[in-house]
Design a protein around this ligand. Structure first.
Ligand SMILES: Nc1ncnc2c1ncn2[C@@H]1O[C@H](COP(=O)(O)OP(=O)(O)OP(=O)(O)O)[C@@H](O)[C@H]1O
Ligand SMILES: [Mg+2]
Length: 310
């Protein structure tokens, strides 16, 4: 346990969830940087095909291998085909059998014919990364595995996959392993979720829905909600009034500046209303991350956000 970081970073497995484009990849990375800064051996994994995490680190592409990004921080992109290959290699002891399977393109057919198989092997790999007793040779032990989860819509069914497979396969290794994964996902001591939201009406509604689905349908803990990209409340009520007067000024430049200021104040005001709404609606604790005024976020911005994590 580390008392200097939010409690949820003391878990072993953390899924960063939310609607498309709310900042999941950015927040997952910021959380990873923060945990690593506090001395936690952390890996941030991406499961979709987009490699935003690695772009933010402005390093070589992170592929299906554990790449060291900074002190105590690793990253990996989980490709389901690679995860399947690794799984089979770990399971099958007879080399001739493995070669035959790979050559026959059987997996491609199997994955196409079995909905959810790609998700299952992806979660299987995440589960493997989170084991203290790693299955892969010379596997590193991590304190924390952070998953940049696929955008919801897909997100919920993604987390449900192990349970689905555990009930379809009644016996055998697929049953046992899916069961183990489902147990870990729903173990509130070990596993949790952070929901990322934006200060707008629709994302706030979505967050409420997601919180309910995660807790009721999946049985996973929701540890925290992060309202991302919040504008600062720059002006006081008195200042807003003064700005209003300046908007009627004879000086065109002053009028333009006042209009810009007024627009910022309106936007920030609307965002803080959504923040209040979110806080009233969800059961989970909410914190905020500021909007970073930059055309494109880089590693420095991710570090800046990491420092802001309450
Ligand atoms: N706090 C912030 N301030 C400013 N820009 C931000 C902030 N957080 C994220 N962004 C920007 O918003 C965009 C979306 O962020 P990001 O890629 O992290 O979202 P995502 O939820 O992972 O998206 P997707 O669902 O497509 O994977 C990016 O361009 C990112 O740089
Ligand atoms: Mg993303």
């Amino acid at each position: 346990m580390n008392a200097f970081i939010p409690e949820y970073l003391n878990k072993r497995l953390l899924f960063v969830t939310g609607k498309g484009g709310v900042g999941k990849t950015t927040v997952a990375l910021a959380l990873g940087i923060r945990a690593a800064m506090e001395g936690k051996r952390t890996i941030v994994c991406e499961v979709a095909s987009t490699e935003n995490a690695s772009r933010l680190f402005s390093q070589a592409e992170v592929g299906f291998r554990e790449v060291e990004m900074a002190n105590d921080l690793w990253a990996m992109s989980i490709d389901p085909d690679e995860a399947m290959r690794e799984y089979v290699l770990l399971q099958l002891k007879v080399k001739a059998m493995r070669d035959l399977l790979f050559r026959s393109r059987m997996f491609t057919y199997l994955a196409a014919a079995t909905p959810g198989l790609n998700e299952l092997v992806t979660i299987g790999k995440i589960w493997e990364l989170a084991q203290l007793d790693r299955k892969v040779k010379h596997g590193r032990k991590y304190d924390l595995v952070i998953v940049d989860a696929p955008a919801t819509g897909h997100g919920i069914s993604f987390l449900q996959t192990p349970r689905t497979f555990a009930s379809i396969a009644r016996v055998g290794p697929v049953h046992t392993q899916s069961q183990q994964m489902a147990e870990m996902i729903t173990d509130h001591e070990q596993t949790g979720t952070v929901i990322v939201s934006l200060p707008e009406e629709m994302p706030v509604n979505e967050t409420l829905r997601l919180e309910t689905e995660l807790t009721e349908d999946i049985g996973i803990a929701t540890d925290h909600v992060i309202m991302n990209a919040l504008y600062p409340e720059t002006f006081s009520a008195v200042e807003v009034k003064r700005i209003g007067k300046l908007e009627k000024s004879d000086d065109p430049e002053l009028r333009a500046a006042a209009r810009a200021g007024a627009s910022l104040a309106t936007r920030a005001g609307a965002q803080h209303e959504q923040l209040d709404r979110l806080r009233q609606m969800v059961k989970t604790e909410v914190s905020t991350l500021p909007f970073i005024f930059k055309p494109e976020l880089d590693l420095k911005s991710a570090r800046q956000l990491a420092e802001e994590i309450a």
